[in-house]
Design a protein around this ligand. Structure first.
Ligand code: SF4
Length: 482
C-alpha cells in the first residue's frame, strides 16, 4: 500500500452525507489518512444503514460519531485527538451522543483508548466492522465496547458500500486488505493484519453496480495492489499450501486488471498503490494494452539510498527500481509516475540524502508525496533504530527533496501543453464557477471553460497552458468514450 497511507492527505476530511430513507438515528463519520479508510467508511455506513442510522454532515445533530483514524504519522494521531476534544464540546449539549474510534489508531491502542480518552465509548479495528451492530448495542446499554480482532478472511466483499460525499463519477473499489511486507517504518501490518485478496466476482459485481449508477471511473484499491492473489480465499502467505488446481486457476493482479478492463470498456480504471518489489512486467503490459486503464503509476520508493532501503526492509535496490522505471517508460512512454519519499529515516547520512536527490533528478517524477520521518510506536524501526536525525536536518532535507520534485513536476506538466487529452469532468473548478475541473488519464488536473458539457462527460481538451501542477485548456469535443 503503502504509501497512500503515508502520502495521502493526512488532513482530515469529513465524509458525511445526508440521507433520509426512513432511518431515525443520525450517524456522523469523519475519515482520516489513506484511501482505504475512506473506502472503509463507506462500508461502515452501509452496515449501519441497515441498523437504522442515517448519515449526516452536521456533527451537532449526530447520535453516533465515528472517526476513522490513521496511525501512519504522529501528526495524524494528534489531529484525531484534537477532533475528540471537539466532539467532547458538542457532547455537552447532546449527552446521549456516543463516540466510536475506528481504523488504525483503534487497532494500535485497543482498549487503552478508552482509558486515555474519556469521550470514547467504542473502539473498533479495521476487520471488525461487521460487529458494529453488536458493539452499538453494548454502548446503548451503557457498557464500553471494543473489538480489534484482526481477521484472516474478512474482505467485506459481500457489502455494497454506501457512497459518501460522492461526485457520482469516481469511486474506490477495495481489492485487498492488510499487508505482508514488513517495511520497518510502517504500522500497517500491525493495524490491518496479513494480506488477503477479495474474490474477483464480488469486485466485478461492485463495478457493475457502480456502472449502472452512472459512475465513470474506479480506483482499485489495496495496500499493495501488485500483490493481489485470489486462489479461493485465505491469506496470501498460505498460497504455498494451495492445491495444484488452486494454483493453476489463481488470479493475479494483471489478470484482475485485464478482467475489469475488458468487462467495462467505458469505465476508466486506476489502481493504487503499487509496490516496486511486487510490480511485474505483465501489469505494465496490461496497462499498455487497454485504453481504459489510466496511464499513471504511483510507485513509492521512500529513499534513493540502498543502505536506507535495506534499513527500511524494502526488498529491492535502487538499481532494480531504476530498471522498473525504465521498463515502464519503454512500454508506456507517456505514463505519469509519482513517488513517496521519506526524509531523515534513522541513520540517514548526507550521502544517503544525496542519493535520494539523485534518484529524484534522474526519474523526474510527475508528482510526489514527501514527508519527514515520524517514528511510530511498535514498528521495527521504533524498536531497533534510534530516531537520530535531528528535526532541523529532517526538515532541511525535506525542503531540498520538495524543491527538486517541484521543478521536475513543473517540467512534466509543461509536456502536456499543446496536446489534446481526454478529460473526465469531476465537478466545478474551486477557483471559478465558469470552469470545469477534471483529470486526464495521467491523473493531472485540467481546468477548462464549462460550455455545454456536464459532470461525468469525457471531453477531449486542448491543453493551452499550465501552472506548476495544473493544466488549463479548452474543450474541443465530446470524446468517443461517452
Ligand atoms: S508495510 Fe510497506 S508495503 Fe506494506 S503498507 Fe506499509 S509501507 Fe506499504
Amino acid at each position: 500500500m503503502e504509501e497512500k497511507i503515508i502520502n495521502e492527505d493526512i488532513q482530515g476530511q469529513s465524509l458525511a452525507i445526508e440521507k433520509t430513507i426512513g432511518n431515525d438515528r443520525k450517524l456522523y463519520i469523519e475519515s482520516y489518512g489513506c484511501a482505504m479508510n475512506f473506502s472503509d467508511s463507506e462500508i461502515v455506513a452501509s452496515i449501519l444503514s441497515k441498523e437504522g442510522f442515517n448519515t449526516t454532515q452536521k456533527l451537532e445533530e449526530a447520535d453516533l460519531v465515528l472517526v476513522n483514524t490513521c496511525s501512519i504519522r504522529e501528526k495524524a494521531e494528534l489531529t484525531v485527538r484534537k477532533r475528540l476534544e471537539k466532539y467532547n464540546a458538542v457532547k455537552k449539549d447532546r449527552p446521549h451522543m456516543k463516540v466510536g474510534v475506528l481504523g488504525c489508531m483503534a487497532e494500535r491502542l485497543k482498549s487503552k483508548f478508552l482509558e486515555e480518552e474519556k469521550i470514547v465509548d467504542m473502539v473498533v479495528g479495521p476487520d471488525a466492522y461487521k460487529d458494529l451492530p453488536n458493539l452499538i448495542q453494548e454502548i446503548d446499554e451503557g457498557r464500553d465496547a471494543v473489538n480489534v480482532i484482526l481477521s484472516k478472511e474478512e474482505t467485506y466483499g459481500d457489502i455494497s458500500p454506501v457512497r459518501l460525499n460522492t461526485n457520482g463519477v469516481s469511486a474506490l473499489v477495495s481489492i485487498t486488505r492488510g499487508c505482508d511486507n514488513m517495511c520497518t517504518f510502517c504500522v500497517v501490518p500491525f493495524t490491518r493484519g496479513r494480506e488477503r485478496s477479495r474474490e474477483p466476482k464480488s469486485i466485478l459485481q461492485e463495478i457493475e453496480d457502480l456502472s449502472n449508477k452512472g459512475f465513470k471511473e474506479i480506483t482499485l484499491l489495496g495496500q499493495n495492489v501488485d500483490s493481489y492473489l485470489w486462489y479461493g480465499g485465505g491469506l496470501k502467505k498460505e498460497f504455498v499450501n494451495a492445491t495444484e488446481m488452486q494454483k493453476a486457476t489463481a488470479t493475479n493482479f494483471s489478470s484482475l486488471l485485464e478482467m475489469v478492463a475488458k468487462a467495462f470498456p467505458k469505465m476508466r480504471i486506476r489502481f493504487s498503490t503499487s509496490n516496486p518489489q511486487d510490480m511485474t512486467l505483465d501489469v505494465i503490459e496490461t496497462v499498455a494494452k487497454y485504453q481504459n486503464i489510466c496511464k499513471h503509476i504511483h510507485l513509492p520508493v521512500q529513499s534513493g539510498s540502498n543502505r536506507i532501503l535495506k534499513e527500511m526492509n524494502r526488498l529491492h535496490t535502487i538499481e532494480e527500481y531504476f530498471e522498473l522505471i525504465d521498463n515502464i517508460r519503454r512500454i508506456l512512454p507517456d505514463c505519469a509516475i509519482s513517488q513517496d519519499m521519506i526524509s531523515g529515516f534513522p541513520t540517514e547520512t548526507e550521502e544517503d540524502h544525496q542519493a535520494t536527490l539523485y534518484a529524484l533528478e534522474k526519474i523526474q517524477y510527475d508528482f510526489g508525496y514527501m514527508y519527514s520521518y515520524s517514528e511510530r510506536p511498535g514498528t521495527m524501526a521504533a524498536r531497533k533504530l534510534e530516531d537520530d536525525v535531528p528535526e532541523t536536518t529532517k526538515k532541511r532535507r525535506l525542503a531540498e527533496i520538495i524543491a527538486v520534485q517541484r521543478e521536475a513536476g513543473h517540467y512534466r506538466t509543461k509536456q502536456h501543453v499543446g496536446k489534446i487529452e481526454e478529460v473526465l469532468i469531476e465537478g466545478t473548478s474551486k477557483k471559478s464557477e465558469n470552469d470545469w475541473m477534471g483529470r486526464n488519464p495521467y491523473n493531472a488536473v485540467v481546468i477548462f471553460p464549462k460550455e455545454n458539457y456536464k459532470v461525468g462527460d469525457f471531453v477531449n481538451v486542448k491543453i493551452t497552458d499550465c501552472t506548476s501542477a495544473t493544466l488549463l485548456g479548452k474543450a474541443v469535443e465530446l470524446s468517443e468514450n461517452n
